[in-house]
Design a protein around this ligand. Sequence first.
Ligand SMILES: [Zn+2]
Length: 106
Amino acid sequence: MKKRKILYKKIARERIDRLFELALEEALSHNFKRADRYVEIARDIGMKYLVRIPRKYNLFFCKKCYRFLLPGKTAKVRINRGKLVITCNYCSFIRRIPLKAKAENI
Ligand SMILES: [Zn+2]
């Protein structure tokens, strides 16, 4: 039973990874609604199998409305006072990330 659970988590992680790749592809093709949908599915899988969204994708979606963020298109990215400021163009939620922080803190 435990082995099976580990296997499920592994598959869940792979699927989340793939979904974010697809979301990025769609966003780059300006299919933002489809990109949002992929983020939604990835989150659903993450919650169901208690798998975290990988850190490398952490900046690619809004922490409030969970839509896919593509800098210059669905999000505004600026640097202000040593912080990376990411503004969601949908809900205007602002994230500030200190640039001095280590990558693993993002
Ligand atoms: Zn948002």
